[in-house]
Write a protein that binds this ligand. Sequence first.
Ligand code: FES
Length: 768
Amino acid sequence: MAGLSGTDGSAAEENACPFARKAAEFDPFDAPYQADPAEALRWSRAQLPVFFSEKLGYWIVSRYEDIKAVFRDNILYSPCIALEKITPAPPEAMEVLKSYGYQLNRTMVNEDEPAHMERRRVLMDHFLPENLEAKQDMVRQLTREKMDGFIDSGRVDLVDALLYEVPLNVALHFLGVPEDEIAVFKTFSVAHSVNTWGRPTDEQQIAVAHSVGQFWQYAGRIIERMKQEPDGTGWMHETIRKNAQMPEVVTDSYVHSMMMAIIVAAHETTSLASANMFKTLLSHRQAWEDICNDPSLIPNAVEECLRYSGSIVAWRRQVTAPTRLGGAELPEGAKLLIVQASGNQDERHFEDGDRFDIYRDNAVDHLTFGYGSHQCMGKNIGRMEMRIFLEEFSRRLPHLSLSEQTFSYVPSTSFRGPEELWVEWDPAHNPERLDPGASRGERHFPVGPPLRRDIARKVRVASVRREAEDVIGLTLVDARGRALPNWSAGAHIELSTGEFDRKYSLCGQPGKGGYDLAILREANGRGGSAHIHATIEEGMELRLRGPHNLFRLDERAERHILVAGGIGITPIIAMADRLKALGKSYQVHYCGRSRRAMAFLERLERDHGSCLSIHAGDEGQRADLGQIVNGLPSGGQIYVCGPERLIAAVEQLTAHLPDGSFHFEFFAGGSTGLDPAREKAFEVDLADSGLRLNVAADETLLDAILAAGIDVACDCREGLCGSCEVAVLEGAVDHRDMVLSRGERAQNARMMSCCSRAQNGGKLKLAL
Ligand code: FES
């Protein structure tokens, strides 16, 4: 069976037939993918993450990390096919296109290097957050005017009434394109989308080709008109001027192709994403009510909507040299459909990934805008519009609800959003009728990704108990009695209390309602654990972020050895529970200074007695780590959580084992504070963005990169999680993280931007 090489381990291979059949049957134009692409590829994420679809002629990529890897490397995975017709046209349709002189060529999205980055650098300025701030008032004004037109009607199709036209007007304003022919855009946009990502019949291909040809000529006429205004404002005017100044970089063909593509890209994506957002929020009523009551949740709610139901569900790349991805061997020339909608719900990256959760604090990691140097340039315009829509609607129409309806979608591999979205409300209950002052007091959200401090769910302390000397156990439940998100063994949450944000592993039973934690009071810590021990009591409300899992159990391994030092038992006990439930072979080694100070002994002995070894220092039972490591059979994995010296010792002992045999989590973060008296400023060149950054002595590299408008994921900001990793091209790094192994540090190819720096104030060059 073609392409059945991407299996996920031996278990999958044994059962290859069902997945081979699913791969052979997969067609993105079938109802399941069109209705819910993430759900349609659930089986693939679990078992066959990269497979060949004979019906489409593309390899399908469904897991988060694989999709990110493809986006990250635009040399090996060329974007050149991003705008190719996914359904080839019959010769008659090609003749029609030719008759209009249609020659859509390279644009920002399908351009290879080095031309792509050269142009992107030249044309990026208008998209920077500081240059978009001034557009907020215009977006709000347009939104308000549209709402004023229907606010007393009680029922409306939101797409028709606002969500199509406002993004289109904003796009035309941003581009500087004349707004006098708005009516023609919808026909042209739909034709371009169907032509590129749809499956028109041969008959429809002719009609679509006529529309696309007319759109092509129309784009050409707009360019000629705009050239008559050499001082015109807007991004396309700037592009036309750059075309005159540097025609070898911004070519004529590029300007014409870009004009056509950007008109669609700039508004269609936001219109569809906004329709998806309202549909999702209004069908998750608690989330809608939460943002009505607390608008500070809006920026993250927008990211979660983009993750859960974004408008760009898949994109395309072509392999330029034979390679291996997700277990599959890809030949040169292989075409890939990378399904962001599937990656966005991948449990390997998003805990409880198919749950809609506006409190998810890594929602911004979604792939809807793409990733890397081809990431959507207009992402911050789209975010801004969606936030303003939500802010206005949640304030002026909090009683909005979805009408009974059946949703229809234009068939497409890549774009998704309902064609109509009927909503209703009782105008008699409009807040501004009841209180005329209610229409004022809007919020201003800065352009850019959401602020992490605003993202937290409220929990209540259901119980506090003593687990061991200086260790308390807590059970936390949702403050409003809702179900908390599910989690997997190894996951942690972050508690926010007083001035402290602290991470703790979850140690109860996943799916059993509340979250159980155990917290050691650290005498020489930074004060967070002492504060919790001193102040915590039952009934208290706290803020919580997560859960996240950065210490994930590889359940495919033959055998697991789990080693805990002190309070490091918390993720280890959850892993032991999971392995027992799976019927796996495992051994738990629990090290501590004294049984008095070791939490969960009774439970461990009860539930894992036959697999448990206790190493209490005051009983002279110190763990022989060498012997423990030597007991690991081939194909086994070892997981360690505890103090730094324990992790370092096991890391050294496992240095000879194959990659992926050793996993660790460091449970006490070092200080994140920089001491400017001892730190040195340094310079960084970002090769892909063409930027030079000066990182001050009191600033982290991560903060300098984010300030330059480049999104880099981050979670812990303490060198623990690995999410802020950046690729190093040149320069010596002072590694300060707890993520990279010694071997990886020696290679000097990656660094954690939240904590690591250039050695001795030297210079670095990064692939960003
Ligand atoms: Fe976690 Fe940098 S943000 S290692």
